[in-house]
Structures are given as structure tokens and as C-alpha cells.
Design a binder for this molecule. Structure first.
Ligand SMILES: *[C@@H]1O[C@H](CO)[C@@H](O)[C@H](O)[C@H]1NC(C)=O
Ligand SMILES: *[C@@H]1O[C@H](CO)[C@@H](O)[C@H](O)[C@H]1NC(C)=O
Ligand SMILES: *[C@@H]1O[C@H](CO)[C@@H](O)[C@H](O)[C@H]1NC(C)=O
Ligand SMILES: *[C@@H]1O[C@H](CO)[C@@H](O)[C@H](O)[C@H]1NC(C)=O
Ligand SMILES: *[C@@H]1O[C@H](CO)[C@@H](O)[C@H](O)[C@H]1NC(C)=O
Ligand SMILES: *[C@@H]1O[C@H](CO)[C@@H](O)[C@H](O)[C@H]1NC(C)=O
Ligand SMILES: *[C@@H]1O[C@H](CO)[C@@H](O)[C@H](O)[C@H]1NC(C)=O
Ligand SMILES: *[C@@H]1O[C@H](CO)[C@@H](O)[C@H](O)[C@H]1NC(C)=O
Ligand SMILES: *[C@@H]1O[C@H](CO)[C@@H](O)[C@H](O)[C@H]1NC(C)=O
Ligand SMILES: *[C@@H]1O[C@H](CO)[C@@H](O)[C@H](O)[C@H]1NC(C)=O
Ligand SMILES: *[C@@H]1O[C@H](CO)[C@@H](O)[C@H](O)[C@H]1NC(C)=O
Ligand SMILES: *[C@@H]1O[C@H](CO)[C@@H](O)[C@H](O)[C@H]1NC(C)=O
Length: 522
């Protein structure tokens, strides 16, 4: 190819491999040889398609088609053709044929001019703008004036790319099964080689939800008289209509807040809220929220119910029953400040701990019983003392003097004691038969030998009707025989010695006394 093979223009715009000149309507174009001829060519002919539109020879323009008059000019020296105020009709192929000088062959160059109308009046329309999530599809159509517009789509400034749900086709954008995030704003950009224009925004309204309904409340338990507020929330557009239900039955209460004032125990139950979106025509039911209204506890008291009459250890049974005003959830029993526990076979608790049954009672069961009642909003306690009659037991005789012996003439003083509720009475017998006194003490001021013997204290509880007794051996010794205990004079001591001797003489009985004294002195 020779060096004149190419055209150039003042504004270098060429697309791809096409030696094209692209212009907007009203613009100008100039076609000229890259290397101008050194001298005015002998013959210049410009064709538009096959139509000769301009001609010049030997430096003189000698022909112009009337339709180009006034808007075209040809330089006869360089063969440069200028077209001004282009119209779409100027689009086409231009051919230059040149004979440089007489006798030389004709040379030919071609180029293509494309004249575009500028893009204008770009409008974007959706076939519908009120949509329902997952149900609706929408087609957005972009229109534009101007030559061969191509379209580019934007959703919230980000360019839209196609997917299985988003279909791009030339001037339409179709979104199938819209989601709540497909709302836009959408715009389209219409463009051709010479211009572009952006449409105004189109925003879609996409109804969705309710996704779920959630009930919230401050607490699960309330005291009667409290004010309770439940809240229901639901993700939905437009906002869902909310209605309340109790135990599955719709209430005549609507709106996101349910206020219950001055609640009663009968307001307890499972609360739900229904959410309804009239646009999507979808419902959601919240999971139930349980509310329990309880009466505050007061006046806790224990009643003691036993077999008629006083409680007698080993014989009587008793039921301790705990009651209180209010809603009792738990009962707990304490005895003397410590937790009371069941005892196999004897102390049993009813299933609800309402009653403690003790059968039979024992003296260890005496004490202060406390019943603690509670519910999540309050607690109370009441106490009662349990009295158990028992005994007598551990009957015991204590003697003053010398280990169960006194000297003749000295005082005998025996005390009897026993554990008993109520206090027991005591009777004294000697040698198993003779009743010699009553009361806790037995006193004999001046003992004689016959006071020796087997003393028995019998204790009697007139409530339990129980008796119990114990023995005590007491011997009256010769004066002075207990080592001057009690400060006896020589007289009585001598008397005792003589008495012993006399008795020795009397035979076996005396021996008995002597050994008896020795035994007691050990
Ligand atoms: C350009 O051409 C149009 C018609 O194609 C005409 O109406 C207009 O007056 C022309 N403008 C100039 C500056 O010549
Ligand atoms: C282009 O040509 C068509 C017919 O050939 C004509 O109707 C139209 O008016 C022309 N347009 C311009 C801007 O000259
Ligand atoms: C709008 O276009 C979508 C997708 O083509 C179609 O499903 C829908 O029915 C159209 N809506 C109307 C109102 O024509
Ligand atoms: C749109 O929803 C319809 C009905 O639910 C379904 O059959 C279809 O496959 C969905 N299309 C896409 C692209 O998700
Ligand atoms: C784009 O749409 C326009 C008008 O509907 C049509 O003339 C043109 O051929 C379409 N182009 C493509 C690539 O589909
Ligand atoms: C409950 O609300 C009422 C007013 O609506 C108020 O007078 C009352 O004191 C409230 N009760 C409680 C326990 O807060
Ligand atoms: C609701 O049900 C609960 C449990 O089944 C029941 O305790 C309560 O009394 C019921 N509330 C109403 C108002 O029916
Ligand atoms: C204690 O209660 C039980 C069960 O209610 C009853 O069988 C028993 O007779 C009661 N005992 C007394 C002493 O009241
Ligand atoms: C009964 O008492 C026991 C222990 O005192 C306690 O653990 C339990 O929760 C109580 N039960 C009820 C129903 O009050
Ligand atoms: C004392 O008398 C009681 C009966 O009153 C008898 O059971 C007991 O065995 C006697 N004790 C002695 C040591 O004789
Ligand atoms: C009791 O018995 C003792 C010895 O067995 C006897 O010495 C005493 O005299 C008796 N006393 C009475 C009052 O019987
Ligand atoms: C039982 O004995 C006590 C004294 O120990 C006495 O005060 C009371 O009156 C007696 N009661 C009966 C029923 O005998």
C-alpha cells in the first residue's frame, strides 16, 4: 500500500478495525489524505456511495451537487473534503478517486462516515411498581430517542448484571420473583457512540413478610393487681396488622402493645400474636408466651390435728397442715430452724408438702415448726409449737449420806427424779409393799434399823398414764460405824458394838448383818 492509503480527520475517532468516522448530527467532518499530494492533482472526484458529489481538476473546483451547497467544501490542492452540519442521511461510504497528473492511473480511497442522532428523552418505566416478595416479577423498560441506543442498568448505583432471576435484554430488565432487596432505585443509561443520557430513578415498592411475630414481656410471673404490657413485633412491609390471642382464642385486642391492667389470676395463660400483611396476604403466628398471675402470699399458718386429747409419745399421731392466703407454689418445712426431712415410715410429707404426718409422735418431735410458702412473687411463713407428752423415763433416786447407808438416828433423805412431760408424780415404797410417802423427796428424820431395805420410787405421768420405777438400797448402820460421819458420840458407837455382839450371840442373823455392813462399806 502506498503512503497515501489512509485518510485522517481532525478528530481521531475510529472504532475497531473499521476506518469509520463517527459524528453526531450537526457536527462537521473533514476527509483528507494523510500525506497531501505535492502538487494540485489533475482530477479529483468525491463520491457518496455511487453518487458523485464533488469534483475538481487542476486546482479548480468545477462541480458540486446542489444538496451539498453551503455545507460542503473541497480543497482542490489537497483533495480535502469538508462536510458541515451533518445529518443522519450523511451516513455512508465516501470514495475519493484521484488522477495525480495526466497519463497517470486513477487511485481510489474509501472511508465510511456514520452520523448519529444524540441520545435524548431517556425514560424508564416499570410495568408495575407495587410488588409482592417472591410472587411478583417486574419488567423495566428503558426508552430513548437517538440513533442505536444501547442500555446499561443500575440498581442503587451498582451496575446490574444478569442472573437466573435477573434477565437483561436490550432495553428491558426483568426481575423474576422479586425479593425485598430488589426495590432499587433503578436507572438506565442509554448511550451510543456520540452521547449518553441517564434516566430518572424508578423505585419499586415490594411488600414482604410478616417474617415472624415475636412477643416480648418483662417477666413470666406477676402479682395480681400488676399492670402487664406485652409487645409484639413483626418484620413486615407494609407494617403488619397485629392481633392478640390468649390460649389460642383471638382477643378483641389489636396493635403492637397489649396492656393488661390490674391483672387477675384468670389472666394467666399463653399469649400469642397474629401478624397479617394485607398486601402479601400472609399470616404469622408468634410462639406462645406464658404469663402466670399469682396472688401474693400472706397469713401462712400451721394447723395441728392429732388424735383427740394430748399428743402422747409413741401413741399419738399428728398431722401438721400448712395453709396460706394466695397462690402457693412451694411449701417447705422447718423444725427449730432446720429443714425438716421425712423419716421412713414415721414422718411423711404429702405430695404437695401441704401436710406432714407424724405417726407415732416421739418426744424428739417437740419443737417449733415453721412452714415457708412461696411463689415467684412472694413468700410467707407461719410457725407453731408441737408439744408431746412423754415419760416418765430415766427414773433415778439419789440418796444423801454415805453411799446408801446412814447411821442409826441420822436423817434419811432420798430424792427421786424422772424426765416427764408434764411433770410426773412420785410414790415411795419400802421392801416392795409398804407405801411410805409421795413427792419427789423422801425424808425420815431419825432412822431406825427397820428403815433399811429396798426403797422404790414409782413415777407416774397422769397424761401418758405411764409408770416407771427404780430401786435404791438403804441401810441403817450402827452409830459410829460409818467413821463418825454425822458426828456421832461414843455412846451410840458403843451401843452399836454391843448390839452387834448381842446379835452375834443370837446366831446366823447377826452374821448376816455384819457381812451386810461390810459389803456396803466397800
Ligand atoms: C443544519 O441543518 C439543518 C437541517 O438539516 C438546518 O435546519 C439548520 O439550519 C442547519 N444549521 C446550520 C448552522 O446551517
Ligand atoms: C433524509 O432522507 C430522507 C429520505 O431520503 C428524507 O425524508 C429526510 O428528510 C432526510 N433528512 C434530512 C435531515 O435531510
Ligand atoms: C410485568 O412484567 C412481569 C414480568 O414479565 C409479569 O410477570 C407481570 O405480569 C407484568 N405485570 C403487569 C401488570 O403486566
Ligand atoms: C419463581 O417462583 C415460581 C413459583 O414460586 C417458581 O416456579 C420459579 O421457579 C421461580 N423462578 C425463579 C427464577 O426463581
Ligand atoms: C434492541 O431493541 C430495539 C428496539 O426494540 C431493536 O430495534 C434492536 O434490534 C434490539 N437490539 C438487540 C441487540 O436486541
Ligand atoms: C396500673 O396502671 C394504673 C393506671 O393505668 C395505675 O393507676 C396503677 O397504679 C398501676 N398499677 C401498678 C401496680 O403499677
Ligand atoms: C389458659 O390455659 C392455662 C393452661 O392450660 C390455664 O391455666 C388458664 O386458666 C387458661 N386461661 C384462660 C383465660 O383460659
Ligand atoms: C392425717 O391425715 C391422713 C391423711 O389425710 C389421715 O388418714 C389421718 O387420719 C390423719 N391423722 C390425724 C391424726 O389426723
Ligand atoms: C417439698 O419440700 C421439699 C424439701 O423440703 C422441696 O425440695 C420440694 O420442692 C417441696 N415441694 C413442693 C411442691 O413444695
Ligand atoms: C426391790 O423391790 C422391787 C419390787 O418392789 C424388786 O423388784 C427388786 O428386785 C427389789 N430389789 C432388791 C435388791 O431386793
Ligand atoms: C425391810 O427389809 C429389811 C431386810 O430385808 C429389814 O431389815 C427391814 O426391817 C424391812 N423393813 C420393813 C419396814 O419391812
Ligand atoms: C396430773 O398431775 C398434775 C401434777 O403433776 C396435776 O396438776 C394435774 O391436775 C393432774 N391431772 C389429772 C388429769 O389428773
Amino acid at each position: 500500500m502506498d503512503s497515501h492509503a489512509f485518510f485522517t480527520v481532525w478528530i481521531l475517532t475510529a472504532i475497531g478495525s473499521c476506518l469509520c468516522q463517527d459524528r453526531a448530527v450537526g457536527e462537521d467532518v473533514e476527509f483528507r489524505l494523510i500525506n497531501p499530494p505535492p502538487a494540485p492533482p489533475f482530477q479529483i472526484n468525491w463520491y457518496f456511495g455511487s453518487v458523485l458529489i464533488y469534483a475538481a481538476s487542476a486546482g479548480t473546483v468545477n462541480g458540486v451537487v446542489p444538496s451539498y451547497e453551503g455545507r460542503a467544501s473541497l480543497d482542490p490542492n489537497t483533495a480535502t473534503l469538508e462536510l458541515r452540519n451533518l445529518t443522519v442521511n450523511d451516513t455512508g461510504e465516501y470514495t475519493l478517486r484521484v488522477i495525480m497528473s495526466i497519463g497517470q492511473p486513477e487511485k481510489e480511497w474509501k472511508t465510511t462516515l456514520r452520523v448519529f442522532e444524540r441520545i435524548s428523552s431517556v425514560t424508564l418505566e416499570a410495568n408495575q411498581t407495587e410488588l409482592v416478595e417472591f410472587n411478583s416479577s417486574v419488567t423495566l423498560t428503558c426508552s430513548a430517542s437517538g440513533s442505536s441506543p444501547s442500555f446499561q442498568w443500575f440498581n442503587n448505583s451498582a451496575e446490574v448484571t444478569g442472573s437466573d432471576r435477573v434477565l437483561l435484554d436490550n432495553r428491558t430488565l426483568t426481575v423474576l420473583n422479586v425479593t425485598r432487596y430488589d426495590n432499587g432505585p433503578y436507572r438506565c443509561n442509554a448511550s451510543n457512540i456520540v452521547s449518553f443520557e441517564m434516566s430518572s430513578d424508578v423505585t419499586l415498592t415490594i411488600a414482604y413478610g410478616p417474617d415472624s411475630a415475636v412477643v416480648t414481656v418483662e417477666a413470666e410471673y406477676y402479682s395480681s393487681g400488676d399492670n402487664v404490657t406485652l409487645n409484639c413485633s413483626s418484620e413486615s412491609s407494609p407494617a403488619a396488622q397485629l392481633q392478640w390471642a390468649l390460649n389460642g382464642t383471638l382477643l378483641d385486642e389489636k396493635g403492637p402493645e397489649l396492656r393488661l391492667s390490674d391483672v387477675l389470676t384468670s389472666d394467666s395463660g399463653d399469649y400469642n400474636c397474629w401478624a397479617y400483611n394485607s398486601k402479601t396476604q400472609r399470616y404469622k403466628l408468634s410462639s406462645p408466651t406464658s404469663i402466670t398471675v399469682l396472688e401474693r402470699l400472706s397469713d401462712a399458718a400451721i394447723t395441728i390435728a392429732g388424735s383427740p386429747g394430748p399428743l402422747i409419745a409413741g401413741k399419738s399421731s399428728v398431722n401438721l397442715t400448712c395453709e396460706a392466703k394466695g397462690s402457693i407454689i412451694t411449701r417447705k418445712w422447718m423444725k427449730n430452724g432446720e429443714t425438716l426431712s421425712p423419716e421412713t415410715g414415721r414422718i411423711t410429707f404429702s405430695d404437695d408438702n401441704r401436710t406432714v404426718s407424724i405417726s407415732p409422735v416421739q418426744k424428739e418431735d417437740r419443737g417449733e415448726y415453721t412452714c415457708q410458702v412461696s411463689n415467684p412473687v412472694s413468700n410467707a411463713e407461719g410457725s407453731e409449737t408441737l408439744i408431746v407428752k412423754y415419760g416418765p423415763e430415766k427414773v433415778e433416786i439419789k440418796g444423801e449420806g454415805h453411799e446408801g447407808a446412814v447411821e442409826f438416828g441420822q436423817k434419811i433423805h432420798l430424792s427421786c427424779s424422772a424426765e416427764s412431760v408434764p411433770d410426773c408424780t412420785y410414790t415411795w415404797t419400802l421392801n416392795g409393799t409398804d407405801k411410805i410417802g409421795t413427792g419427789a423427796s423422801f425424808i425420815k428424820e431419825n432412822s431406825v434399823y427397820e428403815d433399811s431395805g429396798n426403797y422404790t420410787c414409782t413415777a407416774f405421768n397422769n397424761i401418758t398414764k405411764e409408770t416407771n420405777k427404780t430401786d435404791f438400797n438403804m441401810s441403817v448402820k450402827a452409830p459410829g460405824s460409818l467413821g463418825g460421819q454425822g458426828g456421832l458420840s461414843a455412846g451410840p458407837i458403843a451401843g452399836i458394838v454391843i448390839g452387834v455382839l448381842v446379835l452375834l450371840a443370837a446366831g446366823g442373823g447377826g452374821i448376816y448383818i455384819l457381812t451386810y455392813i461390810l459389803k456396803n462399806k466397800r
